[in-house]
Design a protein around this ligand. Structure first.
Ligand SMILES: [Zn+2]
Ligand SMILES: [Zn+2]
Ligand SMILES: [Zn+2]
Ligand SMILES: [Zn+2]
Ligand SMILES: [Zn+2]
Ligand SMILES: [Zn+2]
Length: 348
């Protein structure tokens, strides 16, 4: 339930960025706006980290040396290769074809999560994901040209594949400090996009437009990336992707309000399909006896029945707290989703 809130919150903030940044597009090119949104996100997250380390006692597990490989793969795929492939692809296809092709990110993420990372989706969760993704496709469907060539569509599909892998690798890292992970992702994506924008000769934006993009980015992208890591932690990558796929719905509602339009039949059907999918996912109750393998790692925890370890003298007694600890092997039943503590096999 909390995980669903994080996932939907991330989707809502990200979805809201589309109509808001559309207001800026009359005054600056899309690449520049996108770069400033990410840079604003990085700045906002950096401030969030500073402030929260002052006021909060609960400290998340910090990133450490052996996370470097995973973090590099995440930033190269998600922050560099993904945006470059997408931007190249979008130059070769019509806007409609491009936005429809971008819907491949959620199915790619889900397939990788289930096939490679042993996440489990029952038939109900699969139906929920299909309803949400179907709603997104319907929402993006508009009369217009579907002009596309195979290189363009192939590039956009490859970008979505990069982000699908990125989402799954970020899930592996999601027990670490989410603000630190999100800051790095945002900064790399922002610098990549800015470099491309200047390389193809786009002019810098006026100060007002630049500041507006930074502000929108700090909330819509920054907070969204942060909540997204928490959603990945609590739900696994497959369910996070399903919730996140509802983002265009929020964008659509907001743009109807901003640009004063009324929803048509297709929008209503799309909205209903997404709402049913989200409700199915939230009400999912997967509960059976399963084995927790013995595991030693570091993450923020309360001392619940999975955490009965003793503490060393130097460790803060406040809960929640993070320190390396051992989960002893345990077999019991409780409701669960495929987070990092639940990758057990399911029959069939
Ligand atoms: Zn299970
Ligand atoms: Zn653990
Ligand atoms: Zn633990
Ligand atoms: Zn358990
Ligand atoms: Zn502890
Ligand atoms: Zn369990």
């Amino acid at each position: 339930m909390i995980g669903a809130g994080y996932g939907l919150g991330a989707a809502a903030l990200f979805g809201a960025s589309a109509p808001l940044s559309k207001l800026l597009l009359g005054h600056a090119g899309p690449l520049i706006v996108s770069a400033f949104l990410y840079l604003g996100a990085a700045a906002g997250l950096f401030i969030l980290q500073r402030v929260s380390s002052r006021v909060s006692i609960a400290k998340e597990a910090a990133l450490r040396g052996r996370d470097f490989a995973l973090l590099s793969a995440i930033t190269i795929l998600g922050g560099i290769a993904g945006p470059i492939l997408m931007l190249y692809g979008l130059t070769r296809v019509s806007a409609l074809a491009g936005s429809l092709a971008l819907n491949l990110e959620a199915p790619f993420t889900i397939i990788i999560a289930v096939v490679l990372f042993r996440e489990y989706l029952g038939s109900r969760a699969i139906l929920a994901a299909l309803l949400i993704i179907g709603g997104t496709i319907l929402l993006g469907w508009a009369p217009g040209s579907l002009r596309a060539d195979s290189l363009g569509i192939g590039s956009i599909a490859a970008a979505c594949l990069c982000w699908g892998i990125d989402n799954n690798l970020t899930q592996r890292l999601s027990l670490r400090d989410p603000a630190a992970i999100a800051t790095i992702k945002a900064a790399v994506a922002g610098l990549t996009t800015l470099t491309i924008a200047f390389a193809i000769g786009m002019p810098s934006p006026g100060i007002g437009i630049g500041l507006a993009a930074l502000a929108i980015g700090s909330v819509c992208y920054g907070l969204s990336l942060y909540l997204d890591v928490l959603a990945l932690r609590m739900l696994g990558a497959a369910r996070e992707a399903a919730y996140f796929a509802s983002a265009p719905f929020i964008g659509a509602i907001l743009s109807l309000a901003i640009f004063r339009m009324l929803p048509g039949t297709a929008e209503w059907i799309a909205a209903a399909s997404m709402a049913i999918g989200v409700a199915l996912l939230i009400r999912e109750n997967h509960n059976h006896a399963h084995v927790h393998d013995e595991l030693v790692h570091d993450h923020l925890h309360y001392h619940d029945r999975h955490h009965l370890h003793a503490h060393l003298a130097g460790e803060s007694p406040h809960e929640p707290h993070a320190h390396p600890h051992r989960h002893s092997a345990l077999r019991h039943a409780h409701p669960h989703v495929s987070d990092l503590h639940h990758r057990h096999p399911h029959g069939g």
